[in-house]
Design a binder for this molecule. Structure first.
Ligand code: PLP
Length: 483
């Protein structure tokens, strides 16, 4: 394909995308395919002769779309949202065209410098304490990771290296192996599975601190775990606190956990993957009180800030902690400016070497929506979740299972779990809307999350109609079984 052809096909692709998004709600949100559906639809091996764009595009509706879960349908209420907006698509096109691998400043100065400035912009938008910013020659700064999982892992690994160095400088007799075998990290029992995984990958024990009756991890519970573990000879070194847990969008008490971590030399990482975007609205910032105690903070603009995957923003108070942990500098990656102190080589901040120009989509989205436009997006989603909550509360067969704070509503049919399990199955089998469940203690709950940028009140009401109809059928079946 040459540039003349690209000018034409590129415009066709833009039209296809605009049509897809515009008419997405006419498609069933969840695909009706069985595992293995795709292989028989295409040849066994790659074509030897080149094919035409038109022929590839024809197969998109035949091969791809039947197997797509439409995350951007206004009838998608599962998981947490993933961002999607036209300015973000446009920026990603440009990023693909520039196609640089920005591992060092010299590998593409704009890629590095835009990222540093965008992380400062975003940090100020959520009112992060100044120590997390890079401006004014601060010691902190931000980086775009691929995912919250990687941010947690980076924080844990950096904390591990820092702890080993500190203990060895206090006591040179200590071997790395003896320290490693005694390190313990902590998270709430409500933390995301990626936190437990960070412990597995990082080769350290990860202990779960029991949350309270509102699913919040509290200072006293952490303290108790620390005392027990220290008495048993362990070395506590890291806590991952969550703001906006996945099962119920609960908020750990940073105001209680933070001082304990600071006193006990634990690195406190904050995982606000979903909820972090809400902090651009002043009325939600009380939920991050205590962030000043944290060593690192992370959220996903690719979840709720209309930026396409992947864009997970992570800030640290002392970038030396990250950079110092795993610095390796082969001669082919060095450049003459690297010791100037003014520049960043992001390869030291992350696990892979390569990285895309992801700050472009932040720049486009922040400029083309403005802080105001993004605040409206968040507020609208929160309003819609409360609208759904009201509908649930008006129906006495149902109950709300956790306080509704942002865009997630946890609800269930009163009575044994099997009723709600059957309800979820009926609702998802109809493919009109899509939800996923969670467990709160022993209780099975349905999670209803406002996800798509285009979800409106009418979609929420239609969804509730589907749910209540499915529930009515269930209640009839249940009654006939009991007779
Ligand atoms: C979604 C989510 C994650 C995982 O996010 P990735 O970016 O996919 O790794 C981690 N923690 C919380 C609280 C989440 O909501």
């Amino acid at each position: 394909m040459d540039s003349t052809e690209f000018r034409k096909t590129g415009k066709e692709m833009v039209d296809y995308i605009a049509d897809y998004i515009e008419k997405i709600e006419e498609r069933e949100v969840y695909p009706d395919v069985e595992p293995g559906y795709l292989r028989p639809l295409i040849p066994d091996s790659a074509p030897v002769e080149p094919e035409k764009f038109e022929d590839v595009m024809k197969d998109v509706e035949r091969v791809i779309m039947p197997g797509v879960t439409h995350w951007h349908s206004p009838y998608f209420f599962a998981y947490f949202p993933t961002g999607n907006s036209f300015p973000s698509f446009l920026a990603d096109m440009l990023s693909d065209a520039i196609g640089c691998i920005g591992f060092s400043w010299a590998a593409s100065p704009a890629c590095t410098e835009m990222e540093t400035v965008m992380l400062d912009w975003l940090g100020k938008m959520i009112n992060l304490p100044k120590q997390f910013l890079a401006e004014n020659e601060g010691e902190g700064g931000g980086v775009i990771q691929g995912t919250a999982s990687e941010a947690t892992l980076m924080a844990l690994l950096a904390a591990k290296m820092k702890t080993i160095k500190r203990l060895q400088s206090e006591n040179p007799e200590l071997t790395e192996a003896s320290i490693l075998s005694r390190l313990v990290a902590y998270c709430s029992d409500q933390a995301h599975s990626s936190v437990e995984r960070a412990g597995l990958i990082g080769g350290v024990k990860m202990k779960k601190v029991p949350s309270d009756d509102r699913y919040t991890a509290r200072g006293a519970a952490l303290k108790q775990a620390l005392e027990e573990d220290k008495d048993a000879g362990f070395i506590p070194f890291f806590l991952c606190a969550t703001l906006g847990t996945t099962p119920s969008c609960a908020f750990d008490s940073l105001l209680e956990l933070g001082p304990v971590c600071n006193e006990e030399n634990l690195w406190m990482h904050v995982d606000a993957a979903y909820a972090g975007s809400a902090f651009i609205c002043p009325e939600f910032r009380h939920l991050m009180s205590g962030v000043e105690y944290a060593d690192s903070f992370n959220f996903n603009p690719h979840k709720w800030l209309l930026v396409n995957f992947d864009c997970s923003t992570m800030w640290v108070k002392r970038r030396a902690d990250l950079i110092g942990a795993f610095k390796i500098d082969p001669v082919y990656l060095q450049h003459e400016n690297q010791e100037s102190g003014l520049i960043t080589d992001y390869r030291h901040w992350q696990i892979p070497l390569g990285r895309r120009f992801r700050s472009l989509k932040l720049w486009f989205v922040l400029r083309m929506y403005g802080v105001k436009g993004l605040q409206e997006h968040i507020r609208k989603h929160v309003r819609l979740s409360h609208e759904f909550e009201d509908l649930v509360r008006q129906d006495e067969r149902f109950e709300i299972c956790a306080e509704v704070i942002l865009g997630l509503v946890c609800f269930r049919l009163k009575g044994p779990n099997r009723l709600s399990e059957a309800l979820l199955k009926n609702v998802n089998d109809s493919r009109k809307i899509h939800l996923v469940p969670s467990h709160l203690g022993e209780t099975f709950v349905l999670r209803f999350v406002i996800c798509a940028r285009t979800t409106e009140s009418s979609h929420v009401r239609n969804a509730w109609d589907h749910i209540t109809k499915a529930a009515a059928n269930l209640v009839i079946e249940e009654a006939s079984q009991q007779q």
